[in-house]
Design a protein around this ligand. Structure first.
Ligand SMILES: N[C@@H](CCC(=O)N[C@@H](CS)C(=O)NCC(=O)O)C(=O)O
Length: 198
């Protein structure tokens, strides 16, 4: 009997988008449940961090988007998104993309607080981190290979799209190589079908 996979996800989570894309590309059937994580007490018994994405497979819960992506890739018969010969580069660039998502998310949460509770210093720090990371990607990351899809490409595209969605898309004017690749990458069905739902 095959295992039933249930993915707890959110409507706009960039971490969840990464996982959903991997399930599509690697042709893994799963049931996706879109939840409001801020009201999801029931999630605590599987993931006490109460974060999405969380994947349930019978009694096993897989926590953290990277672990879920690696798991889905490992049970797929498709070509791996984590090729062995470039594994560490791909994991590091994926972590960089995760950090970019985190900074954009934290900034968004901070500016949603009442004015008098916000820290301008914290917001500045996050904005600087976001812009410095995108500039670094423009200058250092060149994995634009359309022939072989890898995890770093998916994660970076989700992080850039999330930056445009929640913060700014000015990076598009400043960083033409990245933007050119991004515009082509966005046309993939898996990017179009996983746009944030607001
Ligand atoms: N490192 C985690 C980050 C996941 C994460 O931060 N998810 C956010 C939504 S985008 C969340 O669940 N936040 C709920 C909260 O912080 O209370 C991963 O990669 O899965």
């Amino acid at each position: 009997m095959s295992n039933k996979l249930t993915l707890y996800n959110g409507p706009t989570s960039p971490f969840g988008r990464k996982v959903k894309i991997v399930s599509i590309v690697q042709k893994i059937d799963l049931e996706e449940k879109i939840i409001n994580v801020y009201e999801a007490d029931f999630l605590d018994k599987s993931n006490p961090l109460r974060k999405i994405p969380t994947l349930l497979i019978n009694n096993l819960s897989i926590i953290d988007s990277d672990n879920i992506c690696l798991y889905l890739d490992s049970i797929s018969s498709k070509k791996s998104l984590f090729p062995k010969d470039r594994y560490w580069q791909i994991m590091s660039m994926t972590s960089l993309a995760n950090g970019l998502m985190e900074a954009v998310l934290e900034r968004f949460m901070e500016i949603a607080r009442p004015d008098q509770e916000q820290s301008k210093k914290f917001i500045d720090k996050l904005e600087t981190r976001v812009l410095r990371t995108i500039k670094w990607l423009e200058n250092n990351w060149k994995n634009y290979n359309e022939e072989y899809l890898t995890m770093d490409q998916i994660a970076i595209a989700c992080a850039l799209d999330y930056t445009s969605f929640r913060f700014t898309n000015e990076w598009k004017n400043d960083y033409s190589n990245l933007n050119k690749w991004f515009n082509i990458f966005l046309k993939n069905d898996f990017m179009e079908s996983t746009l944030p739902k607001i």
